[in-house]
Design a protein around this ligand. Structure first.
Ligand SMILES: Nc1ncnc2c1ncn2[C@@H]1O[C@H](COP(=O)(O)OP(=O)(O)OP(=O)(O)O)[C@@H](O)[C@H]1O
Length: 338
């Protein structure tokens, strides 16, 4: 199924590029929330904003759909200055997913997903078809869940509905503010993995805020690290960020996280599963059995792959998926695997 197949014009819309040029935000009380920031988000890429609490991540994100107006600078979406656009019109082109989703409690799941198409004046049947298509895409059977209310779903299911709703009108940009942080770590891992598959299918331009460096590395094509007073400390793809942090502050921030450090010291075999379940193993990037989970992750990110094949003396002996990297138990508790 092609999630971009139905929209206003009847054809899938392309993802848009975003250009952020010397953008800053000073709140009326004098707080500098975002310094002087410039970077480009290529169309179809997922960029993660990460940084300590108060470093301006949400402020920056919300300037992209004009929920907050910048104090200076220019933001362009596909070359067009958003300051010149009607904010309501702009927001209908931009999906927005927030922590705890913000579903309407007294509306059914199907109605929630159809919110923006409804505002755009789509016909009833078209809204329903689109809502059901999106629910299926995020892994919720519409016949089972479509008529339920938000409180009748689990936290993880509600989060998926939030993503479906944000995609319903085929936005050119998707903004996500800590979309997976309200669910427990296991559900979060599953949602992240599903989300990567979804993104591979729909290829939206996505800007996602997180506190979690694991999540940033796992999901991001590129990562923006923000520091004090909303300064941009580094903008780089995950392997570069991890291997060549631009400043001590970035090194501390990235290195302070146990998850990434753990990957560098855990052998790849701990997350390996036997070969045979993956028909495409020949096309996976490869790492040697002596490699670490971090090496496996670097290979996946470089090849834009969700799996690696593990080889011993050049022969594939197993595979590791991206989600397994983050679920692998500590090395001490793991059998040798072969
Ligand atoms: N309306 C406001 N008025 C004044 N200061 C504000 C306002 N909103 C946010 N701030 C301040 O701006 C700075 C950046 O806030 P922002 O919410 O963008 O940070 P963040 O990186 O998203 O933080 P967190 O990770 O804690 O959510 C903080 O110092 C915050 O206190």
């Amino acid at each position: 199924m092609d999630a971009t197949a139905i929209n206003d014009s009847g054809a899938g819309r392309d993802a848009a590029s975003i250009s952020i040029e010397n953008v800053g935000k000073v709140y009326p009380d004098g707080t500098v929330a975002v310094g002087d920031i410039s970077f480009e988000v290529p169309a179809g890429e997922l960029v993660v904003l990460i940084g300590p609490s108060g470093s301006g991540k949400s402020t920056l994100l919300r300037m992209l759909n004009r929920l907050i107006e910048p104090s200076k600078g220019t933001i362009r979406i596909d070359g067009a200055d958003i300051a010149a656009q009607d904010p309501t019109e702009l927001r209908r082109q931009i999906g927005y997913v927030i922590q705890n989703v913000g579903l309407f409690p007294h509306q059914t799941i199907r109605t929630n997903v159809g919110t923006v198409p409804h505002l755009l004046g789509w016909k009833k049947k078209r809204i329903r078809d689109r809502s059901d298509e999106l629910l299926e895409l995020v892994g919720l059977d519409p016949t089972r869940y479509g008529a339920r209310y938000p409180h009748e779903l689990s936290g993880g299911q509600r989060q998926r509905v939030g993503v479906a709703r944000a995609l319903a009108a085929d936005p050119v940009v998707l903004l996500m503010d800590e979309p997976f942080s309200a669910v427990d770590p296991i559900v979060r891992g599953r949602l992240q993995e599903e989300f990567l598959r979804l993104q591979a299918a729909v290829r939206k331009t996505i800007v996602l805020v997180t506190h979690d460096i694991d999540e940033a590395v796992r999901l991001g094509d590129r990562i923006v690290v923000l520091g004090e007073n909303g300064h941009l400390l580094q903008y780089a793809p995950p392997p570069e960020l991890l291997s060549r942090p631009a400043t001590d502050a970035v090194r501390d921030f990235v290195g302070a996280d146990r998850g990434i450090r753990r990957l560098t010291v855990t052998p790849v075999r701990t997350a390996m599963r036997p070969i045979g379940q993956d028909a495409d193993v020949d096309r996976f990037p490869t790492v040697d059995i002596s490699a670490s989970l971090y090496d496996a992750l670097a290979e996946m990110l470089t090849a834009d792959a969700l799996n690696v094949a593990v080889t011993e003396k050049g022969i594939p002996v197993g595979t590791v998926s991206r989600s397994a990297l983050f679920e692998a138990p500590k090395r001490d508790t793991v059998p040798t695997g072969s």
